[in-house]
Design a protein around this ligand. Structure first.
Ligand code: UT7
Length: 337
């Protein structure tokens, strides 16, 4: 019986990441720069968040521009041309425009020919939501190869006068080419959830159909990101722990099996608390929040690719990816490299 289960697990069809790429704008904004803009200090930002600097897009750049750069790298790293892609899924909370989708703008930027393209809106969890959707679409035969992008340009929607939020975020994009695995590597399990009851704790209230842009919404600064940070913090720790444990359980693995834990990079204290809760030694927990800040959907693909470039991902390594974001949404993916 045990033997049969092993055989079944071996024969299970799964998706894998063929290649990755990422892009972060050149301009760097340090905590010292921020000290000149709002009532804050390098010491406060480092001790409360772990962030030392972040990348900021130029005035001309929009989310799809970042997405295109990251995608070009992912395609090149996979030795592919854009014509080899069957579908573009782009996760973002900061679209170029309310419509068309940012995926369509990125498709234009990449010069692809009529490839279907759509956005996923799932806050910082969007990249993992996209991976889960990709599994369904590839394994049921809808498409063969997906370009999954996580692109975020939060610095254009933060209020640069609000020290509670403006110190936290950066701009970046990550991209992955996803296809069916032909060996034991790939996505082993996933767990995904949402709770719309808590949406108001992290949102941009104005500019949608609930509160269309008007002189009043602009005067009240409702077009900027608003967050009850300490409330979000508590939910993030709880839900990231839940997602990680459930995903591991579904994969039939234990905490000790994890080689790399890649949490969404929102706050070093959230990352440490989640790592502790899961009993994962700090050396297995990847962090780059000190260099990028919170780049939302881009944080997991960038972390993966940095680990990959540092040659730290070995064939067969178990990677646990874990995210939490606006919605609220939370998800974890267990993956064999
Ligand atoms: O990516 C999606 C999910 N997002 C997150 O997971 C973010 C979760 N939240 C957090 O990371 C943290 O809650 C923050 C970093 C946003 C804030 O840290 P905190 O320890 O929860 O601080 P707080 O909001 O409870 O504020 C504590 C104090 C306040 O002052 P008083 O009222 O105690 O006098 C704030 O006004 O810190 C003050 N403060 C600052 N002081 C200096 C808030 N921001 C700053 C700042 N510089 N930038």
């Amino acid at each position: 019986m045990i033997f049969k289960n092993i055989v079944m697990a071996k024969n299970k069809r799964r998706i894998k990441i063929r290649s990755l790429g990422f892009y972060a704008p050149e301009k760097v904004l340090t905590n010292l720069d921020l000290e000149k803009m709002v009532d804050t200090s390098d010491e406060w930002i480092v001790t409360r968040t772990g962030i030392r600097k972040r990348r900021i897009a130029s005035e001309e750049e929009a989310t799809s521009d970042l997405a295109v750069e990251a995608s070009k790298q992912a395609l090149e790293n996979g030795r592919l041309k854009v014509k080899d892609i069957d579908l573009i899924i782009l996760a973002t909370s900061t679209p170029d425009t309310i419509f068309p989708s940012t995926a369509c703008w990125a498709q234009k930027g990449l010069g692809t020919d009529h490839v279907p393209a759509f956005d996923v809106s799932a806050g910082c969890t969007g990249f993992l939501y996209g991976m889960i959707m990709a599994e369904g679409m590839i394994l049921n035969g809808t498409v063969n190869r997906i370009l999954l992008i996580g692109a975020e340009l939060l610095t254009k929607v933060v209020n640069w006068k609000d020290r509670n939020t403006c110190v936290l975020f950066g701009d970046a994009a990550g991209a992955a080419v996803i296809e069916e695995s032909d060996d034991e590597s790939g996505m082993l399990s996933y767990y995904w959830k949402a709770d719309g009851n808590l949406g108001n704790l992290l949102s941009i209230p104005g500019g949608g159909t609930r509160m269309p842009t008007s002189p009043r919404t602009v005067a009240q600064e409702l077009h900027y990101l608003q967050m009850k940070g300490n409330e979000v913090f508590k939910h993030a720790v709880k839900r990231m722990g839940e997602a990680a444990l459930e995903s591991l359980k579904l994969a039939g693995l234990k905490r000790e099996d994890i080689d790399h834990f890649i949490p969404h990079q929102a706050n070093t204290r959230i990352i440490e608390a989640t790592g502790k809760r899961l009993n994962i030694p700090p050396e297995k927990v990847y962090t780059n929040i000190d260099r990028y800040g919170n780049v939302s959907v881009a944080s997991i693909p960038i972390s993966l690719q940095e680990l990959n470039q540092e040659r730290k991902l070995k064939k067969g390594n178990i990677i646990l990816m874990d995210a939490f974001g606006a919605g609220f949404t939370w998800a974890a993916v267990t993956y064999r490299w």
